[in-house]
Design a binder for this molecule. Structure first.
Ligand SMILES: [Fe+2]
Ligand SMILES: [Fe+2]
Length: 195
């Protein structure tokens, strides 16, 4: 049940990886903030849904792993003589946030788990593209490792959503959110950023 593979509806355009290679430092800075935001979001989810013990345990583990990713991106930037930089607005995150149905606590949790899963799946796709676009070396190896981690993470969220809400409710909403995410990505300008 926990290994549902998400099929993203819109494959990232090759122009996106070219934009990343055009400013790898800016990409790393944006990536660092993305890792930080996942840590924060996972901890908030755990605090708000303390009655779901398996969710809390999974979020604590995830937050620790994402924090280690944040640390490593920070260290890579430091080696390049850079800081993590200032957090920039992320139009993808803003648009994904708007998909959440906030009126009902159950719908809201289902949507958050699915949005989390889809965002991790998109990260997985894009880290793999970065790994393939970079010259072979430590940075490409790092992104290969991360793409495998994101593949695990999206399965974690689809598994939780199915266990808590049942397969039927999960699949119906997943379909809608995947469709919406595909349209969001299709319209995004290419930037040296994860989204
Ligand atoms: Fe990560
Ligand atoms: Fe992740």
């Amino acid at each position: 049940m926990s290994t549902t593979i998400l099929r993203l509806r819109h494959a990232t355009d090759p122009g996106w990886a070219r934009a990343v290679l055009g400013d790898v430092d800016a990409f790393l800075q944006d990536h660092a903030h993305n890792e930080r935001k996942v840590v924060q979001a996972a901890l908030i989810l755990a605090a708000q849904h303390h009655q779901h013990r398996d969710l809390v345990a999974a979020m604590l583990e995830l937050a620790a792993e994402e924090l280690s990713h944040f640390q490593r991106v920070h260290d890579l930037l430091a080696e390049r003589g850079k800081t993590i930089g200032q957090d920039q607005p992320d139009p993808y995150a803003g648009a994904m946030h708007k998909l959440l149905r906030k009126g009902d606590v159950h719908e809201y949790l289902l949507d958050r788990l699915i949005v989390f899963a889809v965002v991790e799946a998109r990260g997985c796709e894009r880290f793999q593209l970065v790994a393939q676009a970079l010259e072979p070396g430590p940075l490409a190896d790092f992104y290969t490792e991360l793409f495998k981690a994101e593949a695990r993470h999206h399965g974690l969220f689809t598994g939780l959503a199915q266990r808590i809400f049942g397969r039927e409710a999960f699949t119906a909403r997943l379909d809608q959110i995947l469709e919406a995410e595909g349209a969001i990505v299709r319209d995004l300008p290419h930037r040296a950023a994860l989204h």
